[in-house]
Design a protein around this ligand. Structure first.
Ligand code: LMR
Length: 328
């Protein structure tokens, strides 16, 4: 009885219903940082857990740790290389230490919507990027979509000059730092789990993120409003350690790869709708959402787009050209 209580207390602390793994099953710990409700990644990870545990019962068992309960994104890739976690889906902005090819995804106004991102990823260049970190011990199994980023601050943002002198939390990405500097703002890299507190206490003034993240982390509660800029994207790499992946039995690896691919297709098709639901939930909760008129939007484009030049060498002009062709 004592032991059962202790186990229940432990899983309550972890904040997630952990799967009941049996002896002999390969345990797949999946660590991520977002919430699970009205969130494209949260929903996809839960579905993946459900399917693995049903269909691979006896051979593999997945435990999903959401909400940074196991690792934040700065720690998770190192933990993966150490073998302490087997799967994760950090945003493409979080691979700075491993590769520069993903910098294309952070360039402002590079992709007009998430379908354009999907098409680019399906191209040969996008598929090759899945293996760009093989030498560093990481392998991408696929891309999961979140959506378009919006801007928020503790004062209204309509012109890019409204952001001048403000401190903005960014993911730890050189492109995102340069983007904020182009607006005359000061970029502050910070873990996702710390952003709400930093906005609340005024350590930073603003942030950029998708509707689902702004809703899931309740950023709208501690910001003046959110401006619908759609200036960039957040997308994820479903990533595993190459050694771990190659060490799986062929049958296990193939079944797992198939489930990951099916979950990817099913949930990516819904990512736009999930973000729209989150946007509506923000409005329903009293959050202020501001629209830009055509001139204001053009001013954001003119301010941010020059950042491309700084990074065209890292991401390849041919990739920029390919992305622009898809946008047309
Ligand atoms: C962020 O750090 O803002 C995002 O990458 C969080 C996430 O996983 O969507």
């Amino acid at each position: 009885l004592m032991a059962a209580t202790a186990v229940a207390a432990l899983s309550a602390t972890a904040g997630t219903a952990l799967a009941d793994c049996d002896d002999g099953e390969i345990v797949i710990k999946f660590s991520h940082v977002t919430n699970t409700d009205k969130h494209p990644k949260g929903i996809a990870a839960s579905l993946l857990q459900e399917r693995v545990n049903e269909e691979m019962d006896g051979s593999a068992c997945m435990e999903v740790y959401p909400n940074s309960t196991l690792y934040n994104d700065d720690q998770v890739l190192e933990a993966m290389l150490q073998g302490d976690v087997q799967m994760a889906a950090p945003s493409l902005s979080k691979f700075e230490q491993f590769t520069k090819v993903f910098r294309i995804y952070d360039l402002p106004f590079m992709f007009k919507n998430i379908e354009a991102v999907d098409s680019f990823q399906a191209s040969e260049a996008g598929q090759e990027m899945l293996e760009s970190m093989a030498r560093r011990g990481l392998l991408g199994l696929g891309y999961w979509h979140n959506g378009m980023k919006q801007m928020s601050a503790n004062q209204p943002l309509l012109e890019p000059s409204d952001a001048e002198g403000l401190k903005f939390r960014v993911q730890n990405s050189e492109v995102l730092k340069a983007q904020m500097q182009a607006m005359g703002a000061s970029p502050q890299p910070m873990a996702f789990s710390e952003v709400y507190g930093a906005l609340q206490t005024g350590v930073v003034d603003g942030q950029e993120n998708t509707w689902s993240n702004i809703y899931g982390q309740k950023f709208f509660e501690v910001q003046d409003g959110i401006t619908e800029t759609n200036h960039g994207i957040i997308d994820y790499l479903v990533v595993v350690g190459t050694d771990w992946w190659d060490g799986l039995d062929d049958g296990v690896r193939e079944q797992l790869a198939t489930i990951v691919q099916e979950v990817t297709e099913t949930r990516n098709a819904e990512s736009y709708n999930v973000n729209q639901e989150a946007k509506q939930a923000i409005i329903d909760a009293g959050g202020e959402v501001r629209q830009l008129d055509a001139d204001q939007r053009q001013a954001w484009v003119d301010t941010m787009k020059p950042v491309w030049e700084q990074f065209s060498g890292d991401v390849g002009q041919e990739n920029i050209d390919a992305a622009q062709l898809i946008n047309q």
